[in-house]
Design a protein around this ligand. Structure first.
Ligand SMILES: Cc1ncc(COP(=O)(O)O)c(C=O)c1O
Length: 473
């Protein structure tokens, strides 16, 4: 029989050196996913530390391409596992937190106070006190009411607080409505009609509030540069007006997070998604494009004008979350049950990973590509209905509401049987940060694979005893 010397084509979802398919199975940074699932149990989250570093490096490269200094504050809500925070810190960027708990974790992970910004709509006095006492880089004020609250806490503590004002200037994006945060219908920020009054109020007691910046987060998974550019231009406009009015110079413009991740690197099932979902989930936007477009929007109006010196003093802040961590994680899950439905001919695979581990699958019908880790190189050409283990009809990998936002079937190799290990890709962001032990299902372990393939346990699997934590009876 003639033999072919042609190198087999790697599946399109692979990422050379990181996510690979060989010897019939899935490898993460050279670590055998099946061996990891055997050792640490299934379901299991597996992260790559080198991938986190290379995602951070991509951001830093983008910063080097633009004319103003840029600081990145990793949005820890995306994933605040302590080993992830350590990897992000060691990769050399700063951190954004959204609660006293995230502030506590950031400090415990070794971030200095001047590396921390604090967002949030409902900060408690205790959280504000903790942030002021720690002396963090910026507390981002979410309302006119909060200006007075933070000022009064600063007075009580006898300490000056560094603050920025968060705006909600009515800028839409092509992401899910629930992920858009610069619309008037969003709960965040100070509106355009309030903003100048808010700055005037915040500047009244400079001994208590050091107003250092201005902030917008247009939303998560934003597929186009235009909303970033519009947001930046809007903030730049306010920065100039505030200077004209008061002579006060804002030091930074914080453009928030939202740099998208391409969840459809392998386009195999992309045609089964509605066009707008496809464009949003498959967005390919370079951080350098975001920064360039944003700065251009302000640069043009600054050039040659008497405000050029203001532009030359601005530091740009970004708060990337998913673009740092989403594609650095995979969720391994095992098929536990199978059923053939005679009426429809469907084959159902019931896994051990439900929406309690990847909540966006349920809230936003988020598409995470599914591949076989046990047969990573096999053709994925058979259709299955997929569902998780929870006692909830919505715990399925398709759109149970028939909104068509997810493919009805997932494509896997022919003949999947219970025991086969599958992998949900790009599950590093907004997954373990949101997981919960519904149905008395102990939360899974998390491992971090280091350069060279060494896997470290960075979260142990819960025990049944952990299910009792906090209960009093
Ligand atoms: C204020 C703020 N900054 C940053 C982020 C991170 O967004 P992303 O993970 O899309 O980069 C979020 C996410 O919701 C946010 O609310």
């Amino acid at each position: 029989m003639p033999t072919s010397n042609a190198t087999p084509v790697a599946p399109a979802w692979t990422i050379p050196g990181y996510l690979e398919a060989h010897d019939g199975r899935l490898f993460v940074e050279g670590a055998d996913s099946l061996a990891l699932a055997r050792e640490y149990g299934s379901p299991l989250f597996v992260f790559s530390e080198p991938r986190i570093r290379s995602n951070v490096e991509r951001l830093k490269r983008a910063a080097r391409e633009v004319e103003r200094p840029v600081r990145f504050f990793y949005a820890s809500k995306a994933n605040s596992n302590m080993a992830v925070l350590a990897a992000v810190r060691e990769a050399g960027i700063d951190i954004e937190v959204n609660s006293g708990g995230e502030l506590f974790k950031a400090l415990r992970a070794g971030f200095r106070p001047d590396q921390i910004v604090f967002n949030g709509t409902s900060k408690t006095e205790q959280e504000i006190d903790e942030a002021i006492s720690a002396g963090i880089f910026s507390i981002n004020i979410d309302s006119v009411y909060e200006i007075e609250l933070i000022e009064s806490r600063a007075r009580t503590l006898g300490k000056r607080a560094r603050v920025a004002l968060r705006l909600v200037p009515e800028i839409g994006t092509r992401s899910h409505l629930g992920l858009q945060t610069a619309l008037q219908t969003s709960k965040f920020g100070i509106t355009s009609t309030e903003v100048l009054g808010a700055f005037r109020r915040a500047l009244l007691h400079p001994e208590l509030l050091h107003v250092c910046g201005i902030h917008i987060h247009v939303g998560s998974q934003t597929p186009d540069v235009e909303p970033f550019a519009e947001a930046f231009a809007t903030m730049w406009g306010h920065l100039k007006t505030i200077y004209d009015e008061s002579g006060h110079v804002l030091e930074h413009i914080n453009l928030g997070g939202g740099i998208p991740v391409n969840y459809l690197r392998d386009r195999t099932q992309a045609d089964q998604l509605p066009a707008h979902e496809r464009e949003m989930l498959g967005a390919e936007l370079e951080p350098s494009d975001v920064l360039t477009a944003a700065l251009r929007a302000a640069r043009e109006s600054a050039r040659g004008a008497d405000v050029e010196h203001l532009f030359d003093q601005v530091t740009v802040l970004l708060e990337p979350g998913r673009s740092v961590i989403a594609d650095a994680g995979v969720l391994l899950t095992t098929v536990r049950n199978i059923k053939q439905r005679p009426e429809t001919g469907d084959v159902w695979l019931l896994t051990d990973a439900g929406f309690n581990l990847a909540l966006s699958m349920s809230t936003y019908k988020w598409y995470y590509q599914l591949v076989s880790a046990s047969r990573a190189e096999a053709a994925h050409d058979s259709d299955y209905k997929l569902a998780g283990p929870l006692c909830d009809s919505g715990d399925v990998y398709f759109d149970i509401e028939r909104g068509g936002r997810l493919p009805d079937y997932r494509r896997l190799p022919a003949g999947v049987r219970p025991g086969e290990v599958l992998a949900l890709l790009n599950t590093g962001a907004y997954t373990i940060a949101q997981m919960f032990p519904y149905n008395g299902r102990p939360l899974p372990a998390v491992v971090m694979v280091r350069e060279g393939g060494r896997a470290d346990l960075v979260r142990r699997r819960d025990t049944y005893e952990d299910l009792l934590t906090g209960d009093i009876w």
